[in-house]
Design a protein around this ligand. Sequence first.
Ligand SMILES: [Zn+2]
Length: 82
Amino acid sequence: MTDPCVRQWQDIAPADAVDTDLEFDMTITAPLNEGGERCPWPWEPQQLVGAPLGQYHCGYCGAMVIAGVPHIDYRELGRASA
Ligand SMILES: [Zn+2]
């Protein structure tokens, strides 16, 4: 069930998402963390290109993500509980 009015969060640039909170904004998709919760602001990991962090916990939803790579969606991995 895909609503054509819903935008993909990946299609939105971080600079355009400053005032966005995906935990409540259902007009935009959001990746899920391991607990099946929507990430409020998933644009952080992809901006850390070159950061020597590797894997770290997203500061917004706590999901394990990878610096320099778009936020992982645990729903796609089949590991989210919701
Ligand atoms: Zn997150």
